[in-house]
Design a protein around this ligand. Structure first.
Ligand code: FAD
Length: 389
């Protein structure tokens, strides 16, 4: 299979990492991103896994201290009584989506990073792939990488697979240290905290600050079990009454939904209640996942959430996207003759890692969301990707 020009659909962590690696391997690469503006993760926290920062460390000499903060403990707390259920020593680093994305984009540059390119059509013959965007433009590429996330159009076109709602939503938000009582900030600082509930759970951990001089902020998530139907439709409808498929951002939240968040936070122990109430811009996202039978279709390959979409509980979704980029580049680089065979082998390994990860996060959810026994420090649920088989 001859390849010179690669088109990457989706310019987030998976798309940019793959694009950078393919450029380093000698391919000409263009990235097509649906968003009309440079992306923002709304301050989302990400637990640092080696695969996530591998490009930044190995190819761009990035100082990890400059883009992340550290912690030394995992603590497990009853989120209603505030009683501690356990704590273990655990060294983790935390970063934010924006810190990683901005650095990757800086390295790739904007010349071949095309915003406002929403892929709507894809066809291929033996020689090339033809892409159609919503603005009416067409692009031809020798090879296409679908890195367009959990609602992937590329995956939908190739496999018909769409993500399945997992039965719960997650509230996310960010709090500045100055907006919390000192004792509450100290409680969450230097730890990854699980807040257990009979019907859901919370997590909280510090991430790098955004404002100059502010070293850290607190990132939290609160997972609510919500059955499909009117209750879910109400939470996922914005202030104009439009039912949104994935997220309702803070500026679009219905005042009634925000009041419900604050009302429910009254049932939490003071430290969790204070965090939820102090968050100025909370937003809500449905949790979904998706599995696929194949990730290579002729001259198209799927990576990251566009391949297998995992739930977030083992903190390695972005790392999986980066891992797919590294391993796909290994398969594409080198001689044209063996490429089809190498892609086949890549797909086998990628599916094994992705399915192993999906199995792990689904099992974590079955304990975390339904009041099950989530033992402190259980090695089965250690964050990260499973090893390659
Ligand atoms: P995405 O980041 O989803 O990017 C897809 C991109 O494609 C987007 O920029 C989108 O605009 C673009 N796109 C979509 N459709 C089109 C189209 N038709 N045409 C062109 N462009 C398109 N991961 C971790 O590693 N650690 C964590 O701690 C962590 N926490 C998480 C918490 C939550 C609540 C959630 C929901 C996820 C979390 N993740 C975490 C997972 C992580 O966010 C994703 O796994 C990761 O972002 C996947 O990267 P990606 O590049 O594959 O897809």
């Amino acid at each position: 299979m001859e390849i010179t020009h690669v088109a990457v659909i989706g310019g987030s962590i998976g798309g940019l990492t793959t694009a950078l690696l393919l450029c380093d391997a000698g391919f000409t690469v263009d990235v097509y991103e649906r968003s009309s503006r440079v992306l923002s993760g709304l301050g989302n926290g990400i637990v640092v896994q080696p695969e996530l920062v591998r490009y930044l460390v190995e190819r761009a000499s990035t100082d990890i201290d400059a883009v992340s903060v550290s912690s030394s403990t995992m603590q497990y707390v009853d989120a209603i009584t505030g009683e501690q259920r356990g704590a273990v020593s655990a060294e983790w680093r935390f970063t934010s989506y924006d810190s990683i994305y901005r650095r990757l984009l800086e390295l790739f540059g904007t010349d071949r990073y095309h915003l406002d390119k929403n892929l709507v059509g894809l066809a291929q013959d033996g020689e090339s792939v033809q892409l159609r965007f919503a603005d009416g433009s067409d692009v031809n590429a020798c090879f296409v990488v679908g890195a367009d996330g959990g609602m992937s159009t590329v995956r939908q076109r190739l496999t018909g697979v769409t993500p399945q709602y997992a039965g719960y939503v997650t509230w996310r938000g960010m709090v500045e240290p100055a907006d919390l009582p000192e004792a509450t900030w100290n409680f969450f600082d230097n730890a990854f905290t699980y807040g257990h509930l009979p019907n859901g759970h919370l997590i909280a951990y510090p991430i790098p600050g955004e404002e100059p001089g502010v070293v850290k902020r607190l990132n939290f998530q609160w997972y609510w079990n919500v059955p499909t139907g009117p209750e879910l439709d109400e939470i996922m409808s914005d202030c104009h009454g439009i039912r949104l498929p994935v997220s309702v951002h803070a500026h679009a939240l219905c005042p009634r939904t925000l009041s419900e968040l604050h009302r429910r936070s009254e049932t939490l122990a003071p430290m969790f209640r204070e965090v939820v109430k102090a968050s100025p811009l909370p937003f809500v996202t449905v949790v979904s996942d998706a599995n696929v039978k194949s990730t290579v279709h002729g001259r198209v390959a799927l990576v990251g959430d566009a391949a297998i979409t995992p739930r977030p509980h083992a903190a390695a979704g972005a790392a999986k996207a980066a891992y797919d980029g590294w391993t796909l580049t290994d398969a594409l680089a080198g001689s044209a003759e063996g490429r089809v065979q190498r892609l086949k082998e890549w797909e086998r390994r990628q599916l094994a890692v992705g399915r192993g990860y999906l199995k792990k996060v689904r099992k974590m959810a079955s304990r975390l969301q339904y009041g099950g026994d989530f033992a402190p420090g259980d090695p089965e649920f250690r964050f990260g990707l499973p090893r390659e088989p």
